[in-house]
Structure formats: C-alpha cells, structure tokens
Write a protein that binds this ligand. Sequence first.
Ligand SMILES: NC(=O)c1ccc[n+]([C@@H]2O[C@H](COP(=O)([O-])OP(=O)(O)OC[C@H]3O[C@@H](n4cnc5c(N)ncnc54)[C@H](O)[C@@H]3O)[C@@H](O)[C@H]2O)c1
Length: 370
Amino acid sequence: MIVGLPKEIKNNENRVALTPGGVAELVKHGHTVYVQATAGEGSGFTDAEYTSAGGTILPTIEEVYNIAEMIVKVKEPIESEYKLVKPNQLLFTYFHFASHKPLTEAMVASKAICLAYETVEKKDRSLPLLVPMSEVAGRMAIQKGANYLEKPLGGRGILLGGVAGVNPAKVLVLGGGIVGTEAAKMAAGLGADVTIMDISLPRLRYLSDILPANVKTVMSTTYNIREAAKNADLIIGAVLIPGAKAPALITREMLKDLKPGAVLVDVAVDQGGCIETCKPTTHENPTFVIDGVIHYCVANMPGAVPYTSTLALTNATLPYVVKLANKGWGDACREDEELRKGLNVINGQIVYKSVADAFNMSYSPVENHL
Ligand SMILES: NC(=O)c1ccc[n+]([C@@H]2O[C@H](COP(=O)([O-])OP(=O)(O)OC[C@H]3O[C@@H](n4cnc5c(N)ncnc54)[C@H](O)[C@@H]3O)[C@@H](O)[C@H]2O)c1
C-alpha cells in the first residue's frame, strides 16, 4: 500500500504520526511510505532519518495527499486540508467528529474512509489509541494548573502542595478515567488535597484502592460537584462519553460561586468540554477569564510535549497501521472488531451512531459497508 505521512499544520502541533522506526516497519512489510518534508522536525526526527528508514520525502502536503492510499496523521484535517482528501482514501487519525460539524460534513462530502483513533475500542471497552495521549494530557493538566494558580499568571497565588503549617490547594478532578487518574496521581504527588469524581462506582472503588491517601473518591452528582467546586482551587475536566459530546458538569451559573483566581483545566474540550464556559484555545493563547476564573482549554495539550507524545502515540498506533496497510481497510476491519469500531465515515455515509446523532445527520450501520 502507498502510505502518506503529512506534516501536522494545526496551530502548535509538533507531533508526527510515524517515527522513522514506524516507516521502517511498513517498508519491511513491502509498503511504500511518502513523508512530507520536515514532518518529523517538531518531534526531533530529520528527513534524513526517514529516508534511511526507507521513506521517500515529498516537498508538499498536496503531493502526499495526492499519491497516498492511506494517510496517517495525528490531528483531524483542518479546513485547508479538506480539499486534499480524495474519494476512497483511508484517513487514520484523531477526528473527534462529535464536536465539529463542519469537519463531519467535509469528510462526508469527500467520500473518504475515516477511521478515528478515538473510537478504536477493545473488547473491555477501553480505547487503546486515546490512552497514551490521555496519560500525557492528564499529567500535563496538573503542571499547567499549578502554573496558572501562580499570581503573576492571574491565579489565586496558592502552591499546590502548601508547606508545613499551610494547607495545600484543593484539586477537584471530574472523571476518573485515564486523564483523571493521571491528574489525580500527579496532584497527589505534589501534596495537594485531591477529590476525584466519577459516575461509576466500580471505578471509584478501584481508584480508592490504588490512589494515595490524599485523594478522596466521591460519586459524581450535580449536588456533589457544586459543593466541591465552591472550595476548589483547581478543577480538571476529564469526563468522556465515547463518541458523544461531553456533559456540562460545571455550568455557567456555578462560576459565580467559585473562588476568584481558581483555575479550570478542561481536558475534555476536544469532545465539547465538561465545563460549560470552555471554548477551545491554543498553546499560543491558552487561557481566558470569565467571572474571575481562569479557563485553560487547549484541545491538543500533548502537542506541547511532542517528543514524549509522538513516542507514546506511535507505540500504540503502529500495530494498527501495519494491519491496515497489509490487509486494506475492508479486510482489516472485517477481521478486527477493535479497528471496525474506529470506522466513522465511509464513502459519504456516517457509520458511527453517536456522531450522526450529534448533528441529526443520517446514519448507516457499518455492517452495510463491509
Ligand atoms: N485536550 C487534550 O489535549 C486531550 C488529550 C487527551 C484526552 N483528551 C480528552 O479527555 C477526555 C477524557 O479522556 P479519558 O481517556 O480519561 O477517558 P476515559 O474514558 O478513560 O474516562 C472518562 C471517565 O469519565 C467518566 N464519566 C462519564 N460521565 C461522567 C460524569 N457525568 N461525571 C464524572 N465522570 C464521568 C467515565 O465513567 C470514565 O471513567 C476525553 O474527552 C478525551 O478526548 C483531551
């Protein structure tokens, strides 16, 4: 198969979807890989490394899209890329369709095959291609939150861990999945007073077993969230309902009861956010303030640590990329239920129900297309 590796062009996105090692693996299986010039630069990989791994460098993004049967990317195509996508071309990347109607409409119109990293799902319902980036974002959320709590950046001027004789900061983590657990671990490690909420009692039981004593587990209800939010210095939004828009757990109306200079980090912003007032921001301009509360809502947080993120992501994606290249998307998805769950759009039809439901668009079950 002819595989194309374009350079990411979303604001401040420095990750790349294949390392030179990944290219070598595809070449070993008999595939041809075209790499856009400088695609790996932001993650520390040179064109020369891709060439010696067996890849061929092409100067422009247009040439890569034009020649490739499969495009492997990190982030969803941005508007300037929509016109480059071809009918029957396989795109394997993060899409997060449910929070982005113009993207959904553009991919439907393109008649391409869109296999979304975020909905590839294992039998135990875990999401293997979200896990590595969630680990990064969860850990980073606390670094960022701690930073913005500092007075010069507009925060309350509180140190997460406090010091002897001074209370630590209160951190509220909404959602006890991968992001939430990593955030709670980091905050606890820095000595904060942490509360983590989830709607799953088995998950809360597990978290209460594995997390240190300065993390309390609490059932996620509107009442409990409202009470905990009033006292929190830092709130991390980390809920996920797979393929659907995140529920607004911290509402606009609750903000007036929050502490002035409190910080909200809505990691779930890529699924619409679980803090009602969150709007996607970028690493260039990451925060805004509403009612004296700092909002940090960067939709591609792992993009700021591309070295760690690229290696973590490609460790997880490469086996699927190789399978898709070896068998073609049809056979690969017929055989592999995990990959089949990743299919979101096929030849102009939405085949993932919650994406169709999010925009009241028509839905066609994936089985009709395999
Ligand atoms: N901004 C970024 O750069 C970035 C990076 C990685 C992941 N994310 C996003 O972070 C979010 C969380 O990802 P994850 O991997 O931790 O997902 P996950 O599935 O591991 O965890 C989500 C958790 O939310 C819980 N949940 C659902 N509804 C809830 C509610 N009403 N109250 C409390 N908890 C609730 C679920 O029970 C689950 O435990 C996703 O939207 C993901 O796309 C964003």
